[in-house]
Design a binder for this molecule. Structure first.
Ligand SMILES: Cc1ncc(COP(=O)(O)O)c(C=O)c1O
Ligand SMILES: N[C@@H](CCCC[NH3+])C(=O)O
Length: 467
């Protein structure tokens, strides 16, 4: 096995410039930080990562790599934690984060509702046996067919995002003789501190009706006055991977004020209010998510205060976490193909560790400059920690899975690498770039592993190539 000289790798390189909080070379790269891993993952005495008692070696041998490995009990526990924290409110699992029958069924079994935003996600929810009344439909451009299906089967709530859509839903409802529950997606104008591409409540973006500009008020009025529509409530969602509770609080206060104004102006009772998702999760040691109970307490307090001040009843709340429920419950298991040292400044070097997946199973690093961590999973090592970059096999320089990480300097072809926190927006945003088939999802529960989403094959891709 080839090793790399520690001196040549480290030099006097300034690691703090790479990742906030990094002061130097860590002493130990074998210990797993609990906040980054699903609850049933541990490094066993033999140095190998295990999940629910099953070694990653065994998983790789049976299911191949790359593979997403899912800790189902951890997911169920997170579902229960959010439900408990938001007791008396409805928790919707945002299926865009990760959508498969087994996961939606597990969420429903734990008492969650599910939100979908396309006919595809709706089809999965229905195939999983979920009752339409326990679903919500989102999206800024739902097709006529999607809206019609939702009204026809009785989806519990349709979140309207434009005046065009309100007209369409009403026409469909009139035609089918139904009275669907409609929510109005309000753009509250909050600049959430997250990546620009995943913030959704500043003025200049595509989602929702502007609160400041009066469109949200007008849209709600249209629904209140529509013969065939029921205004269930207002809805807001300010973005994703947000840690700044002040942003959620400002948003909740603004929505509550509009809610009160509408009730007063039109003498109606608006029963619900949805405060969206977006609660951040830990990808690295620098991320410090708030416990669900604290988030619930601060949001409830704001809504209660606003409603009391306006002299109205507090509506039933709902929230829609996606990432915080599913994100931490999976890790991606890769096999190392090549290791290449590349010189940085001075005497410092970086190991480019190429794995058998990449941008096709995790686009978030390239798309959002997202930060992930990685560990050597098939063994522990006493070798000196080396600055590394975990890269994929795609024809793209930006094909980076983990931009900066310390791995043992003896990491070598054949080793298994695990990247935690890949449950949300990795498989669901996966692609077939370079005709690399998408990896399977292997669920582990009660000491047993089963495939819940099969590995795509090149034959699957060729079947579509009908030219
Ligand atoms: C309307 C809506 N609800 C919920 C979510 C889930 O967000 P997250 O996965 O960040 O909790 C999203 C995605 O950002 C969304 O657009
Ligand atoms: N897909 C994004 C977040 C957007 C979520 C949907 N509105 C991510 O990976 O972080």
């Amino acid at each position: 096995m080839r090793t790399h000289e520690a001196g040549a790798l480290h030099g006097d390189f300034d690691y703090s410039a790479l990742r906030p909080g990094w002061l130097g070379v860590p002493e130990d790269v074998n210990t797993l930080l609990p906040q980054l891993w699903a609850q049933n993952v541990e490094r066993a005495d033999d140095g190998v990562l295990h999940i629910g008692g099953i070694s990653v070696e065994a998983l790789a041998a049976e299911f191949g790599t790359p593979a997403y490995v899912f800790d189902e009990d951890d997911f169920r526990a997170r579902c229960r934690a959010w439900i408990e924290a938001f007791e008396g409110a409805d928790v919707f699992y945002a299926s865009k984060a990760f959508c498969s029958k087994a996961v939606l069924r597990a969420a429903a079994e734990e008492g969650l509702f599910v939100d979908v935003c396309t006919a595809g996600e709706l089809a999965v929810a229905l195939a999983a046996g979920l009752a339409p009344a326990r679903l919500g439909l989102h999206g800024n451009n739902k097709s006529f067919a999607e809206l019609r299906q939702a009204v026809e089967i009785g989806v519990g709530r349709i979140v309207a995002d434009s005046f065009t859509e309100i007209e369409r839903i009403e026409a469909i409802a009139a035609e089918l003789g139904k009275r669907p529950n409609v929510m109005i997606r309000v753009n509250v104008g909050v600049e959430a501190h997250t990546h620009e591409f995943i913030a959704t409540a500043h003025e200049d973006q595509k989602f929702g009706f502007s609160l400041a500009g009066g469109a949200a008020y007008d849209a709600a009025r249209r629904v209140i006055q529509a013969e065939h529509l029921e205004l269930l409530g207002l809805h807001s969602h300010i973005g994703s991977q947000i840690f700044d509770t002040a942003a959620f609080e400002i948003s909740a206060a603004r929505v509550a004020r509009l809610h009160a104004k509408l009730q007063t102006d039109f003498s109606v009772q608006i029963p619900e209010m949805d405060l969206g998702g977006g609660f951040g999760m830990a990808y690295t040691s620098q991320d410090d998510p708030q416990p669900p109970a604290d988030i619930a307490a601060s949001l409830r307090k704001i809504v209660d205060e606003e409603c009391t001040a306006a002299g109205i009843d507090v509506p039933r709340l709902s929230i829609e976490p996606g990432r915080s429920l599913i994100g931490p419950t999976m890790f991606t298991l890769y096999q190392v193909g090549t290791v290449k040292p590349v010189t940085l400044a001075g005497s410092a070097a970086r190991l480019y560790v190429s794995v058998d997946g990449g941008i096709s199973d995790n686009i978030r690093t390239a798309l959002y400059d997202a930060t992930y961590s990685a560990t050597l999973a098939s063994r522990s090592s006493d070798a000196t920690p080396a600055l590394a970059r975990v890269v994929g096999k795609h024809c793209e320089a930006g094909d980076i899975v983990v931009k900066d990480e310390f791995l043992p300097a003896d990491v070598a072809p054949g080793d298994l690498i695990a990247v935690p926190g890949t449950g949300a927006y990795c498989r669901s945003m996966g692609s077939n770039y370079n005709h690399v088939p998408r990896p399977p999802v292997v669920a582990v529960r009660n000491g047993e592993a089963r495939v819940i989403l099969a590995r795509e094959t090149v034959d699957d891709l060729l079947r579509l190539d009908v030219g």
